[in-house]
Ligand binder design. Structure first.
Ligand code: AMP
Ligand code: GLY
Length: 427
C-alpha cells in the first residue's frame, strides 16, 4: 500500500517510525514532515490548511491510504473531500470533528447523550457570560473555555470572580482568540487526576489503543503556563480493566451511538481527556486525533500491525476484538526551545541526537527541527521528544533522561519530573 501521513510533529514521526517497519506498507510519504521523518519516508512540502492541495497531492502520488496527524485539516473538511473523491483516509468529517473544534458542540452533545462531564453553560454574549459569573452559577474556581480551536490556550481556570470576568472580557470583547472566543463555555471546576484514553473508531465500533498521562505545564511540579504537552508516560497506571470497562460503557459507547444517531458517525482517532473525580470518570475534552506527546508513548506499545487497524477504521470495518497491547512502560520527555510556550527561538544547532539514539531502549522523535547545510537546527517550540522504554517506569524514565543528557542546543529546556507520578505504581 502507498501510505501518506499528514503532519510535521513528533507525533507524526512516531506514526511514520511505526508504519515504516510494517509489512503492508509499500511506499511511505509524509507531508510536510520534518528532518527526522525524512530519514524514514519521502517528505513533500504542503500547506495542511489547503484541503484541495492535500487531495491533489494524494492523487498525484497515487496514495492508497492517508492518516491525519493534526486537527486543523480535519476541522476544515479534509475527510469529507477525500470521501467525495473516493480516497481512503482515517480521520473524522468536519461535522464529526466538532467534538474537538467546538467545545460548545461537545458539551451540548454530551448533555444530549448523558455522557458524564462538568456542569456547564454555553454563552453566546458577553452579558450572558458575565451574568453567569456574577450569579456565581458554578462557584469558584470556575473554568472558562473559548468555543473554537485556540492552540491549547483557550482554557482559563479563574480562581475568583474578578479573574473570571477578566477572562470573559479578554475572549469576548478583546477577542484574544479571534472568532474562536465569540462563544464561550463556562463550567464547574472538577478535581482529580487527568488521564488520556485513545481509541480507533470506524463510525460504529471503537477499540482502545492505549492510555497515557500528559504533563501540560511548562515547569517541574506542574508549575507555569500550559503548553501543548512537555512529556507523557504510558500506560496510565490509574486505568485498570474495571475502569476501562466503565469508560467504554458510560462514555465511549454513548459517544459512538450519539454521533451516529445525529448523522455524523465518528471515524478516526478519538482522544478522550478524562478527569477521574470522586464521582467517577468525567470528560474534560475530546480531540479528534492522537495526542502529542502521547502518541510517542502509546504507539510503540501496540503489539500487532498498526496499518490494518487504521485501514479498518477508515473503511468502517474494525474487528470487535481488542487490540493487543504490550506490558512495557514508556516515558517521553519533550525538549523545548528557550521562550516556549510564549515564543520560541529557532536556528540553534542540535547536538547528540545520534548518541541518544544509540542507547538501547531510547528513541528520539523530531518536531520543530530543520536541516541547515547538513546539520540539524531548532525550528520551533517543541523540538524533540526523547522516549525511554523499559520493563518498569523506573527503567523507562532512567532511559529517557539518559537520552536527554546526550542532547544539547542553546536554550534547551525540559521538565525533570516526567513520569514521576507513575513511580508509586511500579511493582
Ligand atoms: P482542555 O484544553 O479542554 O484540555 O483544557 C486544558 C486543561 O484545563 C485540562 O487539561 C485541565 O487540566 C483543565 N480543565 C479543563 N476543564 C476543566 C474542568 N472542568 N475542571 C478542572 N480543570 C479543567
Ligand atoms: N498533549 C495534548 C494534546 O495533544 O492535545
Amino acid at each position: 500500500m502507498r501510505v501518506l501521513v499528514l503532519g510535521s510533529g513528533a507525533r507524526e514521526h512516531a506514526l511514520v517510525a511505526r508504519l515504516a517497519v510494517e509489512r503492508d506498507v509499500g511506499e511511505l510519504v509524509c507531508a510536510p514532515g520534518n528532518p527526522g521523518i525524512a530519514r524514514l519516508a519521502r517528505t513533500l512540502p504542503i500547506d495542511l490548511g489547503d484541503v484541495d492541495a492535500v487531495l491533489s497531492l494524494a492523487e498525484r502520488e497515487q496514495i492508497d491510504f492517508t492518516v491525519v496527524g493534526p486537527e486543523l485539516p480535519l476541522s476544515l473538511g479534509l475527510a469529507d473531500r477525500f470521501a467525495d473523491a473516493g480516497r481512503l483516509l482515517l480521520g473524522p468529517t468536519a461535522a464529526a470533528a466538532r467534538l474537538e473544534s467546538s467545545k460548545a458542540f461537545a458539551k451540548a452533545f454530551m448533555a444530549r447523550h448523558g455522557v458524564p462531564t462538568a456542569r456547564f453553560r454555553i454563552c453566546e454574549s458577553l452579558d450572558q457570560a458575565l451574568d453567569s459569573v456574577r450569579r456565581d452559577e458554578f462557584g469558584v474556581p470556575v473554568v472558562l473555555k473559548a468555543d473554537g480551536l485556540a492552540a491549547g490556550k483557550g482554557v482559563v481556570i479563574a480562581e475568583d470572580r474578578a479573574a473570571a470576568e477578566r477572562a470573559i472580557t479578554d475572549a469576548m470583547q478583546e477577542r484574544k482568540f479571534g472568532a474562536a472566543g465569540d462563544r464561550i463555555v463556562i463550567e464547574e471546576c472538577l478535581s482529580g487526576p487527568e488521564v488520556s484514553f485513545f481509541l480507533v473508531c470506524d463510525g460504529e465500533r471503537a477499540v482502545p489503543i492505549g492510555t497515557a498521562q500528559d504533563h501540560k505545564r511548562v515547569f517541574d511540579d506542574d508549575r507555569g503556563p500550559n503548553t501543548g504537552g512537555m512529556g507523557a508516560f504510558a500506560p496510565s497506571p490509574l486505568v485498570d480493566a474495571a475502569l476501562e470497562a466503565r469508560i467504554m460503557r458510560e462514555i465511549v459507547g454513548p459517544v459512538m451511538a450519539g454521533m451516529s444517531a445525529e448523522g455524523c458517525p465518528f471515524r478516526g482517532f478519538l482522544y478522550v481527556g478524562l478527569m477521574l473525580t470522586a464521582d467517577g470518570p468525567k470528560v474534560i475534552e475530546f480531540n479528534a486525533r492522537l495526542g502529542d506527546p502521547e502518541a510517542q508513548v502509546i504507539l510503540p506499545l501496540i503489539d500487532e500491525p498498526l496499518l490494518p487497524i487504521l485501514v479498518a477504521g477508515a473503511a468502517g470495518a474494525l474487528r470487535n476484538a481488542p487490540v493487543r497491547l504490550g506490558t512495557d512502560r514508556l516515558t517521553g520527555v519533550v525538549l523545548a526551545s528557550r521562550g516556549y510556550p510564549e515564543s520560541a527561538e529557532s536556528g540553534q544547532a542540535i547536538h547528540g541526537v545520534d548518541k541518544a539514539e544509540a542507547i538501547p531502549g531510547v528513541s528520539v522523535f523530531h518536531a520543530g527541527t530543520a536541516s541547515r547545510g547538513g546539520e540539524i537546527v531548532t525550528a520551533g517550540g517543541r523540538v524533540l521528544t526523547v522516549v525511554g522504554r523499559g520493563g518498569s517506569f523506573t527503567e523507562a524514565i532512567a532511559r529517557a533522561y539518559a537520552g536527554v543528557l546526550q542532547i544539547s542546543f542553546d536554550g534547551m529546556q525540559y521538565r525533570h519530573d516526567i513520569g514521576r507520578k507513575a513511580l508509586a505504581h511500579d511493582a
